[in-house]
Design a protein around this ligand. Structure first.
Ligand code: G3H
Ligand code: 13P
Ligand code: ZN
Length: 341
């Protein structure tokens, strides 16, 4: 069962010109859409669960849906990851639930507080064979809410929120985190840029130099394809001025600059919503949920397959499994002892 941490994935992605897609799961159809796409493209994948997703679905349900995916596709390298964990308690809960990777997001704290919380979470995770992702710098969309700033204000001041390469090196040394989410101009949600969409590639380059060997993560990486916005708006939605990160810039960050993990949630939400809206508008008598959730799931499959090519991870599943085997098939303690410490 190639359920694994992200280590074997990032070992290859770091120099392999590809990134692993981390897709947010909230229910059965979304999870199935992601897994079917990755199976069709033979791609490694990260299924990530936010605090909001745990609350929405009740994690017991998500755990069994994810377990079903792993059972159905035993040859697919899969990591289960906590997205934007905000407390050490939540990290502990997820370690106890069998996650193989956890994010501790202390980016809204001071530098020293972020180090303290990240180190605590990392020590706890490592003691259980789980890997960590931390964050330094500030992205828009979630983190900005914490400091009460709107998206346009964020964009105007983006330079001062980008990850500082020197701080990143100190942060890594003092925390021992396994990967780092960096602020390089992306933000969460469907309204990322008012003006020209542009990533700070030079920052990625500098952080790669100050932190050699540390896998970098890009949050807020949905591209918000215009054709999906058009569909949403055509069928009764209202999402004017939605704008994401152009896919060629994502591909560049991955293939030229070495980003290892790319987080995508908004594009899945858009695909599902656009398709459901279309069914409702074109078949107003339809009321069987299978007849709109089913097409919604198909839309997610297409969206994820498209992403796997942007990330260049299609076809990389077997190589990742070989790397996992080479490392001795490491798995969190949860899976060997039945329960984490
Ligand atoms: O970065 C955040 C993800 O898109 C998860 O969003 O907290 O609404 O589940 P959520
Ligand atoms: P998007 O909102 O761009 O999909 O980003 C998702 C994300 O970063 C999840 O952590
Ligand atoms: Zn995020």
């Amino acid at each position: 069962m190639p359920l694994m941490t992200t280590k074997p994935m990032f070992d290859l992605a770091y120099t392999g010109g590809f990134a692993v897609g981390a897709f947010n799961v909230n229910n059965m159809e979304i999870t199935q859409g992601i897994i079917e796409a990755c199976a069709a493209e033979k791609s490694p994948l990260i299924l990530q669960v936010s605090k909001g997703a745990r609350k929405y679905a009740d994690y017991v349900y998500l755990r069994h849906i994810i377990a079903a995916s792993v059972e159905k596709y035993p040859d697919l390298p899969i990591a289960i990851h906590l997205d934007h964990g905000d407390t050490v308690d939540l990290v502990q809960t997820c370690v106890n639930d069998g996650f193989t990777s956890v994010m501790i997001d202390g980016s809204h704290h001071s530098f020293d507080e972020n180090i303290a919380i990240t180190k605590k979470a990392t020590d706890l995770a490592h003691a259980n064979g789980v890997v960590t992702e931390a964050e330094l710098g500030m992205l828009g969309g979630i983190e900005e809410d914490v400091v009460g700033m709107d998206a346009h204000e964020y964009e105007k001041n983006v330079e001062k929120f980008l990850t500082d390469p020197k701080q990143a090196a100190e942060f890594w040394k003092r925390t021992g985190c396994d990967s780092l989410a960096v602020a390089i101009g992306t933000s969460h949600g469907a309204f990322k840029f008012k003006h020209e969409a542009k990533l700070a590639f030079d920052r990625i380059e500098q952080i790669m130099k100050t932190c050699p060997g540390l896998p970098l993560v890009m949050h807020g990486s949905s591209s918000v394809p215009q054709e999906f916005i058009d569909l949403v708006n055509k069928y009764g939605g209202n999402m004017p001025n939605a704008k994401g990160v152009p896919e060629d810039q994502i591909a560049m960050a991955v293939q030229k600059y070495g980003v290892c993990k790319v987080n995508i949630d908004t594009d899945l939400r858009l695909a599902l919503t656009a398709k459901i809206r279309e069914v409702f508008a074109t078949k107003p008598a339809e009321f069987d949920p299978r007849n709109y959730l089913g097409p919604g799931r198909e839309a997610i499959i297409s969206m994820v397959r498209r992403k796997l090519h942007v990330l260049n991870s299609a076809g990389k599943a077997d190589a990742v499994i070989k790397q996992w085997e080479k490392l001795g098939k490491p798995l969190p303690k949860y899976y060997s002892k039945g329960k984490a410490a």
